[in-house]
Design a protein around this ligand. Structure first.
Ligand SMILES: Cc1ncc(COP(=O)(O)O)c(C=O)c1O
Length: 460
């Protein structure tokens, strides 16, 4: 058995991490176990998990039932391909269950191993759909400022945060961006317009500028995750649906963070009763117990997939599409979410988290914007000057220092460091704990955040 110090040096030597840089891993936390909203490291230190792993451990850590579901399926049939002429029972059952959760708004499901690959499938399907419809020139995808859709080349090109592009350019052609509905930072709203109306107008202008005959799809997270937990105004999504329909542009909802109870409903767009054409999902579908993602499509899209000749088939897939064990775990995970009423719990605990954050920060001179209220998805955006929305200089490392201070106080979460000067984002602290989080844990997240802010900003 390697000792802690050995583990760290072997990690540094041999493990490449996501967004890898050795400066992040001089003193890594090596996690060994978890239960509910608590995780424990190799030294026995316990932390409240403020981000559900990576926005995904919706049912909380340490669920033996999910391990048993995986073991049972592995003993029966761990894997078989779902390619031409093959299928398996958990994938069939999960597809039916997912469609049911959309209230039959969707018709069919494709399973992929991750969120980025779910979006890859969605982008390719949008192109496929228009080629099948005799409009092969409709290939572009409109995405939004502050979007995060993953880091494969296509998903990275849809993502709009400069740091993800810098060392991997050039991007895949055909991805264009428009401002998102970011009430705190939006630029250029006209007199009398809500930010939702202005952002939807800008989307429409973008589609017209590019040429509607060249645009295949628009993609957006119902509520942004990684970009800043940015909540749209309530009029935004219905207007986006209208714009997309008007210009025959498919609407892709990236529900990878918002899905499966995170926002207090099964899917984020259910808040606004908006029906997308394609839904990308991942993360909470298995609560992270095994990797699984995918996309759901409407009857219209499925019919296009079924109607082409074999030579024109939807030539997309992967070894692990419809992986039986991952699907069995997802089925059990969805059963837990339903059985324990975790959507309702997220709504209730989310309200508590949001009001706690409002109480702690609404009048704080450096808290520019406190966001939350739809389930367990909250954030506080810190600025140097509330009146001008001027951000702290990146050199002050306010976000990373908040993260480090909270970690010392026994809470792990994520921050987004400032992306530059206004209207770029400020230092943003995220809170999105597992849906099983207790009242006491919610209160602790707020008090630890508050203490960390005092410590970091007073010693600036
Ligand atoms: C909204 C959203 N889309 C896509 C992804 C990519 O998912 P994955 O990391 O599983 O590729 C993420 C991951 O954080 C995400 O938050």
């Amino acid at each position: 058995m390697l000792r802690d110090a050995d583990l760290v040096s072997v990690d540094q030597e041999h493990l490449i991490h996501p967004l890898h840089h050795p400066s992040d891993h001089t003193e890594p936390i090596i996690y060994v176990r978890g239960c509910g909203a608590t995780v424990e490291d190799v030294n026995g230190h316990r932390y409240t998990d403020g981000l559900s792993g990576l926005w995904n451990v919706n049912v909380g850590h340490g669920r033996a039932e999910l391990a048993e579901a995986a073991a049972a399926q592995m003993k029966e049939l761990a894997f078989f391909s779902a390619y031409v002429g093959s299928s398996n029972i958990p994938a069939i059952q999960l597809a039916e269950r997912l469609i049911d959760l959309t209230n039959d708004e969707m018709q069919a499901v494709f399973f992929a191993p991750s969120g980025a690959e779910a979006n890859e499938a969605a982008f390719k399907t949008a192109r496929f759909y228009w080629k099948a419809a005799g409009k092969p020139e409709k290939v572009k995808v409109v995405a939004r400022q502050e979007a995060y859709h993953g880091v494969t080349l296509q998903s990275m090109s849809a993502t709009k945060m400069g740091a993800y592009w810098k060392m991997f350019e050039p991007r895949v052609p055909g991805f264009v961006h428009t401002q998102t509905c970011y009430p705190y930072r939006f630029q250029g709203a006209r007199a009398g317009e809500t930010i939702g109306q202005a952002a939807a107008r800008e989307l429409e202008e973008t589609i017209i500028r590019e040429g509607p005959d060249t645009v295949a799809a628009f993609i957006g997270e119902p509520i942004h995750g990684t970009g800043g937990v940015i909540y749209p105004t309530d009029d935004y999504w219905p207007l986006v649906r209208e714009v997309c329909s008007r210009h025959k542009v498919l609407l892709i909802a990236d529900e990878i963070v918002c899905g499966f109870g995170r926002t207090g409903k099964w899917f984020g767009l259910h808040h606004w009763k908006v029906k997308p054409d394609i839904v990308a999902f991942a993360k909470g579908v298995t609560s992270g117990y095994l990797p699984l993602g995918g996309m759901m499509v409407t009857k219209m899209v499925k019919e296009a997939m079924d109607s082409v000749s074999p030579a024109d088939r939807w030539m997309h897939g992967g070894t692990y599409s419809a992986h039986p064990t991952c699907c069995a775990v997802a089925l059990k995970n969805l059963e837990i979410i339903e059985r324990e009423g975790l959507c309702e719990r997220a709504e209730k605990m989310g309200a508590r988290l949001h009001s706690g954050l409002m109480e702690a920060f609404a009048n704080h001179p450096n808290a520019g914007d406190v966001r939350g209220g739809k389930g367990l998805l909250a954030a506080v955006e810190f600025v140097e000057d509330r009146a001008t929305k001027q951000n702290f200089s990146g050199d002050l490392k306010v976000g990373p220092r908040l993260y480090a201070d909270m970690k010392k106080r026994g809470v792990v979460t994520r921050v987004r460091p400032t992306a530059g000067t206004h209207p770029a984002t400020g230092d943003i602290l995220f809170l999105a704990p597992p849906l099983v989080v207790t009242e006491d844990e919610v209160d602790r997240l707020v008090s630890v955040a508050s203490d960390a802010v005092k410590a970091v900003l007073n010693s600036r």
